[in-house]
Design a protein around this ligand. Structure first.
Ligand code: PLP
Length: 449
């Protein structure tokens, strides 16, 4: 592999997601070449322990023979099958049936998208279909959370509440709103879980009232751990209380499990922690563990049936993509699900326990303001003054240093802005690998100081 040539062509021709175009051209890419288990190798032969599972997606680790074989077999047999015009295909049907068996509540139907952003975009459309079908077209406002991330489709980027996705993009749209994040480290109500829950429920009621009452509000969205906003773990009971408030207000409770799904927090779906029964749920990432693109939108029986029964016979519901329920992605999804069911979730739970214990020990580090973990999803919040919870000054360039030093240390994680290290190791990690990752982070933090 001619690394210099690739870096040069990359600079000249490839536009990268959510990146500084100038910065990328100046720095040049690191070219990843291969992966096995939790380890990547780049084009210079450097081995890197992937503490972020690619982009919180390669939950199985790299190079799983059964997954590769399932994709290969499906490519040979039938590489594409449309879901339009009355056609379907075996892997998509089997995957839908198996996933809905595991899904919470009455989420008995799934629409397969290509990834998380278009899954979220799909929910926004299904919400419109649903409220129109109920004869309540005026129920239009949608509420998300500050620090929430729901992808970067046009409408989804407005539901997202991170500044980089709003800048120069004409979002949020006028019907999109955000409540304070249930962040125990920085919530104005203080760290007490009950106080945060109380304040969040109240804020939802107040916002609904300010938008003209429940008749004007269609849905509330949340992640069960806010991922890209800085791995924020809400207090136990928060999501259940928000679900109850939504039911009381007659607004749809939509859970975005794009990151938290597929064992990332322990169980197959994070809804299981509190017995949630959302009206809609989005997934992607761990669904195929990154081996092929695929996402999904689960609909509850009530939502599905309301749309179906109020659409005149023979009239199409106009939501679809060429690659919805792609057979190769679906075959891969089935093989990945076999791994989750075959012990991978258990390994993730054990490794996650070890990760949480190791992170708790980091609390004494002068740069660490808070650590948080739920299963194999964790965050380390950095501060320059613990008492004042002062975020590092961007002029210190900590994010850049974290990326560079981590690479030199042979570990990968995500540095959010300048103040949070995000971790989402593959669920296949051994406790030794978690130790390598955590020891590496300590070495990086000591160097950054
Ligand atoms: N929703 C959540 C919670 C996410 O974390 C992401 C991506 O990180 C998305 C949606 C968008 O998914 P994708 O990047 O597959 O479009």
């Amino acid at each position: 592999m001619d690394t210099a040539r690739l870096i040069s062509l990359d600079r000249e021709h490839l536009i990268h997601p959510v990146s500084s175009w100038r910065g990328h051209e100046a720095a040049g890419a690191t070219i990843l070449e291969s992966g096995k288990g939790a380890w990547l190798t780049d084009s210079e032969g450097r081995r890197l322990l992937d503490g972020f599972a690619g982009l919180w997606c390669v939950n199985t680790g790299y190079g799983c023979d059964s997954v590769i074989e399932a994709g290969r077999r499906q490519l040979e047999k039938l590489p594409y099958a449309t879901g339009y015009f009355g056609f379907s295909c075996e892997p998509a049907i089997e995957l839908a049936a198996r996933l809905t068996r595991h899904a919470p509540g009455t989420l008995n139907r799934i629409y397969f998208s290509l990834g998380g952003s278009d899954a979220v975009d799909g929910t926004l459309r299904f919400i419109r279909y649903y409220q129109n079908a109920r004869g309540m077209p005026q129920k239009r406002h949608v509420i998300g959370l500050e620090k929430g991330y729901h992808g970067s489709s046009f409408a989804g980027s407005g539901l997202t509440a991170l500044p980089v996705f709003h800048r120069d993009a004409d979002v949020p749209l006028p019907w999109q709103h955000h409540l304070p994040s249930p962040d125990p480290y920085r919530h104005p109500a203080g760290p007490d879980g009950e106080a945060i829950i109380h304040a969040s429920v109240r804020a939802l009621h107040d916002m609904v009232a300010s938008l003209g009452g429940p008749d004007q509000v269609a849905a509330f969205y949340c992640e069960l751990v806010q991922g890209s906003g800085g791995v924020i773990v809400p207090p136990d009971g928060w999501a259940r209380a928000m679900q109850a408030a939504c039911r009381e207000l007659d607004i749809l409770f939509v859970v975005d499990e794009v990151i938290t799904g597929f064992g990332r927090t322990g169980p197959l779906f994070a809804c299981a922690h509190e017995g949630l029964e959302p009206d809609m749920m989005t997934v992607a990432k761990g669904l195929t563990a990154g081996y092929a693109p695929m996402g999904g939108v689960f609909l509850s029986d009530a939502v599905y049936e309301t749309i179906r029964d109020n659409t005149p016979p023979g009239v199409a519901i106009g939501h679809g993509q060429t690659y919805s329920a792609h057979p190769v992605s679906a075959a891969i999804g089935l093989a990945v699900l076999d791994l989750y069911e075959g012990g991978l979730l258990d390994n993730g739970v054990a490794a996650g326990r070890h990760l949480a214990a190791r992170l708790a020990g980091l609390g004494n580090h002068p740069l660490v303001g808070a650590t948080r973990a739920k299963g194999m999803l964790a965050g380390i919040e950095l501060v320059t003054d613990k008492a004042a919870k002062a975020k590092p000054d961007p002029k210190l360039g900590i994010a850049g240093k974290l990326g560079r030093y981590g690479y030199e240390q042979g570990i990968l994680y995500r540095a959010f802005a300048d103040d949070v290290i995000g971790l989402a190791p593959p669920l296949c990690c051994s406790t030794d690998e978690i130790d390598i990752l955590c020891d590496g982070i300590v070495a990086v933090l000591d160097r950054v100081m």
